[in-house]
Design a protein around this ligand. Structure first.
Ligand code: NAP
Length: 367
C-alpha cells in the first residue's frame, strides 16, 4: 500500500517536474538551473521508492537488532534500590545471572540475607533507606570501594511505597512519607551517583507508574509522588543528554507485588477508618468503608502476576544498545490508564464515578 502511494505520488511529481523543466528552458535566466532541476527530478522520481525502502530497512533492522546488548556486560556495574522484594528483587537476580556487578540496596537485613542466598558471590548487598542521608553516604562509599574498572554503568531507582485511602482520611505526615520515599529518595540517590554516570555515559532507570499519568481517587499521595517521578525524569533526561547520560522511565500498570498486597492495604485502610472522628465517619458511612475494603479485595484478581514483563523491561533499559525512553507495561495501563489519561477530565471523572464506591454525603443538619 505504502509503495503504491509512493509510486503514484512520484509519478505525478515526475510529470510536473518535466513540464516545469520544459518551461524553464524557454527562459534563459532559469535555463542554468536545468541541471539542478534534473537532479531533483531524478531524486523525486526515485525518492519515494528509496524512502520506502529506507523506512522498511530501518524498521527491519531496528526490530532485529533492537535487542542487541551493550558490550562487556560482565565489566559493568549497576546499583538498584528496593531489592528486598518485587521488581527490585527479581531484577537484582536477573542482572546477577547476566554477570553484571550488581549493588543491590535493601531496606532490611532480612532482604539482604534472602537475596544473597539466591545470587552469585559477585552480588553486593547494602542496607539502604532512601530517605536517610547517612544511609545514602554509606551506600556511596560501598559502591566506590567495589567499583569495577569500567565504573558505574547504571542506577535503577526502584524503591517505593504506596498506601490507599481518601485524602481526608490520610494524615499529611503519612502522605509526605510516600513522597519522601518515591520521589525525594529517587532525587537524592540520583544526585549522589550522577558524577559516576557522567564518567561512563551511563544510564538512569526510574520506576514511575500508570499513576504518574492519571491521578486516581484514594491513591492521591502515591499519584502525586509518581507524577513527580515523571516530571523529574523528563527534566533530567533533557539536562543529562549533553553529558551522554540517558534516562529511562518504567511505567507499569498494576502487578502482584508487595505494594499491591490486598491484606496489607486493607489493614492500612482499617487503621485510617478507626482513627477518624465521628463526624467524618458519619459523612462517609460504614457502607462506603465496607465497599472500599471489598474493592481492594476484588481488584487483586485483575492484577497481573506476570511481573517478569516489568523486570524484562528494566533489564532492557539497563543492557540494550537501544533502550526505550519510556516502557508502558501491563494491559491495564496500555488499554485503560494511558487511554484515559489522554481524554478530557469529564470522561476520566465519569469512569471513576462508575467504578468506585460513593460516600454517604453530608448529614442533614437542622439549623
Ligand atoms: N506492583 C505494581 O503494580 C507497581 C505498579 C507501578 C509501579 N510500581 C513501582 O515499582 C516499584 C517497586 O515496587 P514493587 O511493586 O516491586 O513493590 P514491593 O515489592 O513493595 O517493592 C518495593 C521495595 O522498596 C522497598 N522500600 C520501601 N521503602 C523503602 C525505603 N524507604 N528505602 C529503600 N527501600 C524501600 C521495599 O522494602 P520492603 O519490602 O522491606 O518494604 C521493597 O523492597 C515501586 O517504585 C512501585 O511504586 C509498582
Amino acid at each position: 500500500m505504502t509503495s503504491m502511494i509512493g509510486r503514484v505520488t512520484s509519478f505525478v511529481t515526475y510529470r510536473d517536474f518535466r513540464r516545469l523543466l520544459k518551461e524553464c528552458s524557454n527562459y534563459p535566466p532559469l535555463a542554468m538551473f536545468n541541471d539542478f532541476l534534473l537532479l531533483s527530478v531524478v531524486f523525486s522520481f526515485q525518492g519515494a521508492l528509496l524512502l520506502t525502502a529506507l523506512i522498511l530497512t530501518l524498521y527491519i533492522t531496528f526490530s532485529f537488532f533492537g535487542d542487541v546488548r551493550v558490550s562487556n556486560l560482565e565489566k559493568k556495574a549497576v546499583f538498584i534500590t528496593g531489592c528486598d522484594s518485587g521488581f527490585g528483587y527479581e531484577l537484582a537476580k536477573k542482572l546477577d545471572a547476566e554477570r553484571l556487578r550488581v549493588f543491590a540496596a535493601c531496606l532490611t537485613s532480612e532482604g539482604e540475607a534472602k537475596l544473597k542466598t539466591e545470587c552469585s558471590s559477585e552480588l553486593i548487598t547494602l542496607k539502604l533507606d532512601v530517605t536517610k542521608s547517612r544511609d545514602i553516604q554509606c551506600a556511596l562509599q560501598a559502591v566506590k570501594s567495589h567499583l569495577p574498572s569500567q565504573g558505574l554503568w547504571a542506577i535503577v531507582n526502584n524503591a517505593g511505597i504506596g498506601y490507599p485511602g481518601p485524602i481526608e482520611w490520610q494524615p499529611v505526615e503519612e502522605m509526605k512519607k510516600t513522597l519522601e520515599v518515591n520521589l525525594w529518595g529517587m532525587v537524592s540517590i540520583t544526585k549522589v551517583f550522577l558524577p559516576f554516570l557522567k564518567r561512563t555515559k551511563g544510564r538512569i532507570v526510574n520506576v514511575a507508574s500508570a499513576s504518574g499519568r492519571l491521578s486516581s481517587p484514594f491513591a492521591a499521595a502515591y499519584c502525586i509522588s509518581k507524577f513527580g517521578v515523571e516530571a523529574f525524569s523528563d527534566a533530567l533526561r533533557n539536562e543529562m543528554k549533553h553529558f551522554g547520560v540517558t534516562v529511562h522511565i518504567i511505567e507499569p500498570g498494576t502487578f502482584k507485588t508487595g505494594i499491591t498486597d490486598a491484606e496489607k492495604n486493607i489493614q492500612y485502610l482499617q487503621r485510617l477508618w478507626e482513627n477518624l472522628d465521628g463526624d467524618t465517619k458519619e459523612c462517609y458511612g460504614g457502607e462506603f468503608y465496607e465497599q472500599a475494603k471489598a474493592k481492594l479485595r476484588d481488584i487483586r484478581h485483575i492484577f497481573s502476576p506476570n511481573i517478569f514483563k516489568v523486570v524484562d523491561a528494566m533489564d532492557h533499559a539497563v543492557t540494550s544498545m537501544h533502550p526505550k525512553l519510556r516502557y508502558v507495561l501491563g494491559l491495564d495501563h496500555q488499554l485503560i490508564w494511558r487511554t484515559l489519561s489522554f481524554l478530557p477530565s469529564e470522561i476520566q471523572d465519569f469512569f471513576f464515578g462508575l467504578v468506585l464506591p460513593k460516600p454517604k454525603g453530608n448529614p442533614d443538619h437542622d439549623n
